[in-house]
Design a protein around this ligand. Structure first.
Ligand SMILES: [Zn+2]
Length: 306
């Protein structure tokens, strides 16, 4: 059963519940009706994680479906996981009944869609492994920041920090720039903010195998760290940072705009990992204004392992 992705999902969900209650009251519920109701959007609430309900539907409060633009143009390095990642973002939006997804893959689409006029209809821009200098004008860059600061959202995935090196305000907006990936291995990731949407079920830490970034022009003073590397799980001498502080995911405010970044998302098997999807979904929901979180720049871990 397909879900309506543009509006009406919550209304239909409520209608389904009313119908179920009515059917139970009148004793007229049939097996076919039950199957139909269980196939309704309510049945998707637990997906794709299989964990406890994500409460996403309740947070929508009857608002219209959101509009998400996924930008995945690789002007620099091209990740093979891009198509899968975009598909998963699209499916997460459909299954949660929260957003519909538009895409900008080639240069012309980026020029057209990452511009002021098109952005008027967009709630959230996701950079899915976009790299290099994307083809937008100086005017377009200013309009993008204005759009974001007015109260919209931006989510950067993995190589989103390997982008727009010549546009310093982009680096400030996302929180830092990619500065090499000294590690591609299984690591332990610490959950620094267990209350942030999407990480509640991960415990104090979790293990995952992915390409692990280090960053430059990055400081905790400008952002709120959600996940970071447990340095005991890798050879920290391969890293460049004097403070040995390697964050994995963070959030920050850009004016009234919400910015979420996760450096995970290089490998296909990370994208298909339900824990990653829940982490990403949490970040997207927060960036869309559908979930609350305290975003306090300058947070420190208990003690960054040296
Ligand atoms: Zn990568």
């Amino acid at each position: 059963m397909r879900i309506a992705v543009r509006g009406g999902t919550i209304a239909s969900l409520r209608a389904d519940r009313s119908l179920l209650a009515l059917a139970l009251l009148t004793g007229g519920v049939t097996l076919a009706a039950l199957v139909c109701l269980l196939s309704s959007p309510a049945a998707f609430v637990d997906e794709p994680t299989g964990h406890r309900p994500l409460a996403a539907v309740q947070d929508v409060r009857g608002r219209a479906t959101k509009h998400v633009l996924v930008v995945s143009h690789a002007a620099g390095f091209g990740h093979s996981s891009i198509p899968l990642g975009t598909q998963i973002i699209q499916e997460l939006g459909q299954k949660q009944g929260l957003w519909e997804t538009d895409v900008a893959v080639d240069a012309a689409a980026v020029t057209q869609k990452l511009a002021g006029e098109f952005l008027k209809g967009v709630d959230l821009v996701i950079f899915n492994n976009a790299t290099g200098e994307l083809p937008i004008s100086e005017e377009g860059k200013a309009a993008f920041l204005q759009w974001l600061r007015a109260g919209h959202g931006f989510v950067g995935v993995h190589a989103a920090t390997d982008t727009f090196y010549k546009w310093g305000d982009y680096g400030k907006m996302i929180g830092g720039y990619f500065d090499g990936h000294p590690w591609h291995q299984k690591v332990t990731v610490r959950v620094e903010d267990k209350k942030f949407p999407g990480v509640q079920s991960l415990g104090d830490s979790f293990e995952i195998t992915d390409e692990i970034y280090q960053f430059r022009d990055w400081t905790r003073d400008n952002l709120h760290v959600i996940l970071s590397i447990d340095n005991a799980s890798l050879d920290v001498t391969k890293g460049k940072r004097a403070d040995n502080d390697y964050a994995v995911a963070w959030a920050r405010m850009e004016g009234k705009g919400r910015v979420f970044y996760t450096s995970l998302g290089h490998r296909e098997d990370v994208w298909t990992d339900p824990r990653y999807q829940e982490h990403l979904l949490g970040g997207i929901r927060w960036a869309l204004g559908l979930a609350r979180a305290k975003v306090k720049p300058g947070t420190r871990p208990g003690a960054a392992e040296k």
